[in-house]
Design a protein around this ligand. Structure first.
Ligand SMILES: Nc1ncnc2c1ncn2[C@@H]1O[C@H](COP(=O)(O)OP(=O)(O)OP(=O)(O)O)[C@@H](O)[C@H]1O
Ligand SMILES: [Mg+2]
Length: 1001
């Protein structure tokens, strides 16, 4: 990083610098890290980072730098990235640069046209695909550049002034922080913490980043009195008199920038501090008014132009001769007001942004307008401004807007939007298009200027908003467009807008998506066309999502036929995907899987990588549904590899990792599932669209007994999802996991409620409903056992829930879908066995059937649960030998998987039934909580211990001795226990403890 003008020697900051150097050392060891430095304006963030950069360069670390640029609300797309890339181009030989750029060559050339290789033009249509996918791939390519760079030397990349960052830059940083998992990289970001009001967009990014354990944060404080004294001494060349020190400290509050300005403005002069203006802004301006008129004029133009204004631009706007301009610039640089832009371009910056703000703030309104007009005209006339294309367009739009020239601002914003789209800066494109919209009514010839009508503008703005991750706004814009279209006269146009709206709504989880898509099908003319095939195919997909498989099948078949007829491959792939899904769920697994495979082939042939990956997602999910777990896992893992290679891991990675994790968990390959889900989550954006992977992860955590982690994840998902969840795909597993969690936590009543809440949500989809029904019956069985333990003489109450759930499950398992969905039968067998446990006594044969069903499906964990219950039933019936064998089988699985909650149930059963588990030396892993029976009774671990002693006939005094508590505490515990067990005497409590095996401690 080139040195900025620095004044005085470097003061203090020893700890902070040591901390940063330590992070750099760790990063250089191959552990990528991110450091965020916050602090008020002028407190010394830049100076600190420069100090670090200088030390780093000495150690052979490569340093890249760049800052975000304050310019209008839209910002310059990827400004700091462009700066860093330019710096890189200066540091590397062309051949090296080309090697580092690798597959990202074209994209880099697009961002920074002066990098274009061998005159290779960076023009043409978007190379990376459209929308989010394009941006996702750009990000991954940039990640690749960072990794290749870090391979040859450790890399320190500084991105300054994040409070001004454009949205695309913020997204990129979020991505890099999440996706950089190896490589010798330290990413340092700085921002003004005093500029972050509650609604500042950087807040969200900071929040997101702080959840990442590789991100560290530092808040830089103003100087202490002693440090300020040292700074002053450095600036004045002598120790400051106490009065001066006190005065400067009182005004600068230890802020080093203000201190410098106070000194420059004359605080050190003999005149004495009293002569200084009181207000800090005036302090800043005192130095300006001392300059020559021309230099002041130059500064005003530079302030309006924004950072990096070039000599030609300044000359054009000030109308000065070269000689005059150079003199003015020299004076401004000598007086430390301006400095040449680092990196050898011929632009100029204010020494400090606060100075630019002060100068700009002094401009009269009319003068501002005049300056911005002149700047815009100069840019439009082609004066070299040193900007990349997208930045230049954005700058032009900014100046015309600030000049109040609405027609020109409108034209310029359209161009800026196009330029932003070309570099995948969709958020900026959206903002520019929104500005066009805002200007539309004020500009008489808006349509000619924009080159499109208002409907197209709205649709395009919506597309940009969608791609920028704002489906809410996208939906609003499409709705506005729809209001302007006459359906009767332009049915196709209206139909396609309805489809666009449906896509936004689907993303938002809004069930109205279906109605919109149906409207699209009604409107798009029935004659065969690619559009017709598309709207039909998507309607079929939506119907699949809401489990209306038979209708989906019919429409999908129609769509396939039309797509074939008109030769629309991508549309055919979409339609066949819907068809395949529908068939699997209608019981025709083989035919369905064949369609899904065909869709995958078509997508590949169509050369559409995004469609191809989506087809892999769908095919692997189809395999999962059809119980072909090995194939599902292999395909999804292969898809993950491809996504990574194609630079689409962020977009498609989470859902592929979801499919893979589900298959791996079911197959009992938990170690691998743990890895895949963890890596997938690290690279995932943190919004609702990716809520599926956390679900699979939570299911794994439940199995492993990491209940807290699972709970946090599940609650977060529940909040992410809108109140009405149309996607059964999420509601089913979410509620199952929540209810199971409650069960492990010993709260069957809550679990029961959750199941009741979820049943109507999943009822239409047998695949998602079956596990929930079975879990519901299990909960009823637990409740019945508990009731019998409490009141052995009475039959357990039965509110008919279990029978109803079992009935529904039976219908699903015997329905036509069961042929395609083999899990249905296994769930049914499980629920039948749970039903015997509920009614008591549990039937070991029923459990044996369930266990065998899961074994046949190759799902060890579920088989182990059934085996555990089978052993429990066998031992209750007195068949200890078989109980031992069967329980041994369960134990082998829970031990291998490290499935702690189930494992501790298994061990507890072995203990209370005195069954010898092999290998005998096997010790139970520490249980995730108290053993389930105690927890189900609502007992704390301490109370469980007390109960065991009560059961052994001990008195309160003896209990107190044994547990090192006072007798009165023991007595309190005992009364609590009696209350929780719903009994009145110690004898009754002891009986319950015996029955539940709680007397063995
Ligand atoms: N540790 C230090 N020793 C000496 N001078 C310092 C120190 N820190 C900051 N300064 C001086 O204070 C001025 C402001 O510092 P700097 O530009 O680093 O602030 P900043 O926090 O980056 O401000 P901004 O938020 O506006 O970017 C600089 O001119 C710098 O020379
Ligand atoms: Mg700074």
């Amino acid at each position: 990083m080139a040195d900025q003008v620095t004044m005085g020697r470097f003061v203090g900051r020893t700890q902070q610098l040591a901390w940063l150097r330590q992070l750099l050392a760790r990063a250089a060891d191959g552990q990528p890290l991110v450091a965020l430095i916050g602090g008020e304006a002028g407190v010394g963030k830049t100076r600190l980072v420069e100090q670090l950069a200088a030390a780093a360069e000495e150690q052979g670390v490569r340093v890249l730098g760049g800052g975000c640029v304050p310019l209008g609300e839209e910002g310059l797309p990827f400004a700091p990235v462009i700066q860093a890339l330019r710096g890189l181009a200066d540091q590397l030989e062309p051949a090296e640069l080309r090697a580092v750029a690798g597959p990202a060559r074209q994209e880099l050339a697009r961002l920074v046209p002066d990098l274009a290789w061998d005159g290779e033009a960076a023009t043409g249509a978007a190379v990376l695909g459209t929308g989010q996918a394009g941006q996702g791939r750009l990000f991954e390519r940039l990640l690749g550049v960072v990794q290749r760079l870090a391979a040859s030397a450790p890399l320190l990349w500084v991105v300054e002034d994040l409070h001004w960052a454009d949205r695309s830059t913020r997204d990129l940083l979020a991505y890099l922080a999440a996706a950089l998992r190896s490589g010798r990289v330290l990413l340092v970001g700085s921002f003004r913490s005093d500029e972050l009001d509650r609604r500042h967009p950087l807040r969200q990014l900071l929040g997101e980043l702080t959840r990442n354990r590789r991100v560290q944060r530092l808040e830089l404080e103003p100087f202490s009195g002693a440090e300020l004294a040292e700074q002053l001494a450095g600036l004045l060349g002598a120790d400051p008199p106490t009065r001066l020190l006190d005065d400067v400290y009182a005004r600068s509050q230890g802020n080093p920038f203000f201190t410098e300005e106070l000194v420059l403005a004359g605080a050190g002069d003999a005149v004495g501090p009293g002569a200084l203006p009181p207000n800090l802004r005036q302090v800043l301006l005192t130095r300006v008014v001392r300059l020559g008129d021309r230099t002041q004029q130059l500064l005003r133009v530079a302030a309006a132009a924004g950072p990096g204004a070039t000599q030609p631009l300044l000359a054009a706007v000030t109308g000065m001769s070269d000689q005059q301009l150079l003199e003015g610039l020299r004076e401004a640089v000598d007086q430390q007001l301006l400095l040449p832009e680092p990196g050898g371009s011929d632009g100029y910056l204010f020494r400090h942004a606060l100075l630019a703000e002060a100068v700009y703030g002094e401009l009269l309104p009319g003068e501002r307008v005049r300056l911005h007009s002149a700047l815009a005209s100069a840019l439009e006339a082609g004066v070299e401004a040193g900007d990349a294309l997208a930045s230049r367009a954005a700058r032009l739009a900014h100046h015309w807007a600030a000049a109040g020239d609405q027609p020109r601002a409108l034209s310029a914003s359209v161009q800026a939007a196009t330029a932003a789209e070309r570099v995948y800066a969709f958020a900026e494109a959206q903002l520019q298009l929104e500005r066009v919209l805002a200007l539309w009514d004020q500009v008489p010839d808006a349509e000619q200027r924009a080159g499109m009508d208002r409907v197209s503008l709205l649709a395009r703005g919506a597309e940009a908003a969608h791609a920028a991750g704002d489906p809410d706004r996208a939906a609003q814009l499409v709705r506005q467009a729809l209001a302007l279209v006459d359906q009767a006269r332009q049915p196709q146009r209206a139909g396609l807008l309805h489809e666009q709206l449906a896509r936004c709504l689907l993303w938002l989880g809004d069930p109205d998506a279906l109605g919109e898509q149906q409207q699209a099908v009604r409107l798009v003319p029935p004659e065969p066309s690619a559009e017709r095939a598309r709207v039909l195919g998507w309607l079929a997909q939506l119907l699949v999502l809401v489990s209306r498989f038979a209708e989906a099948r019919e429409l999908a078949e129609e769509a396939v036929a039309i797509a074939c007829q008109v030769g629309a491959r991508a549309e055919e792939a979409t339609a066949r995907t819907a068809l395949g899904y529908a068939l699997v769920h209608l019981g025709e697994a083989d035919a369905g899987l064949a369609e899904l495979e065909a869709a995958r082939r078509l997508a590949t042939q169509a050369g559409d990588v995004i469609l191809a990956l989506r087809a892999i997602v769908n095919h692997s999910d189809g395999l999962l549904a059809a119980g072909r777990l090995d194939q599902a896992a292999a395909l999804a893992l292969d898809g993950l590899d491809q996504a990574r290679r194609l630079g689409l891991a962020r977009l498609n990675g989470p859902i592929l990792a979801y499919n893979a994790t589900q298959a791996l968990v079911a197959l009992g390959r938990w170690d691998q599932a743990e890895r895949v889900s963890r890596q997938g989550l690290e690279g995932a954006p943190s919004d609702a669209a990716s809520a599926t992977l956390p679900l699979a992860r939570a299911a794994l955590e439940l199995g492993l007994g990491d209940l807290d982690a699972a709970e946090a994840r599940l609650q977060a998902i529940r909040q992410l999802l809108p109140a009405s969840i149309p996607g059964v795909q999420k509601a089913g597993p979410l509620f199952c996991a929540l209810a199971e969690l409650k069960l492990w936590r010993g709260d069957p009543e809550q679990a029961k409620q959750l199941v009741a809440e979820a049943v109507p949500l999943v009822a239409a989809n047998p695949r998602e409903a079956a596990p929930l029904y079975a879990l519901g019956v299990r909960i009823e069985a637990d409740r019945a056992e508990l009731a019998r333990a409490r009141h052995p003489s009475q039959p357990a109450p039965d509110d008919a829930t279990a029978a109803a759930l079992l009935d529904r499950l039976g219908q699903a398992a015997q329905g036509p879908a069961a042929a395609g969905l083999p899990e249905l039968a296994a769930w049914h067998a499980t629920a039948l066995a749970e039903r015997t446990r509920q009614q008591g006594p549990a039937d070991p044969a029923a459990w044996a059937t369930a266990a065998a069903a899961w074994e046949r499906l190759g799902q060890p964990y579920r088989a182990a649960y059934a085996a555990f219950r089978q052993a429990e039933a066998l031992s209750a019936g007195g068949d200890r030998d078989r109980a031992t064998t069967v329980l041994g089988r369960a134990a082998a699985i829970t031990g291998r998987l490290d499935a702690r909650p189930l494992d501790s149930e298994v061990t507890a059963l072995a203990r209370r039934a005195r069954l010898q588990l092999t290998p005998p030396a096997r010790t139970a892993a520490p249980a995730a909580g108290p053993p389930a029976p105690a927890a189900q009774l609502g007992l704390t671990p301490r109370e469980a211990a007390v109960l065991a002693l009560v059961a052994a006939g001990r008195s309160n005094r003896q209990i107190a001795q044994a547990l090192f508590i006072s007798p009165s505490t023991a007595s309190v515990h005992v009364s609590n226990i009696l209350a929780k067990l719903g009994v009145t005497s110690r004898v009754e409590a002891a009986a319950i403890a015996h029955r539940l095996g709680l007397d063995q401690r």
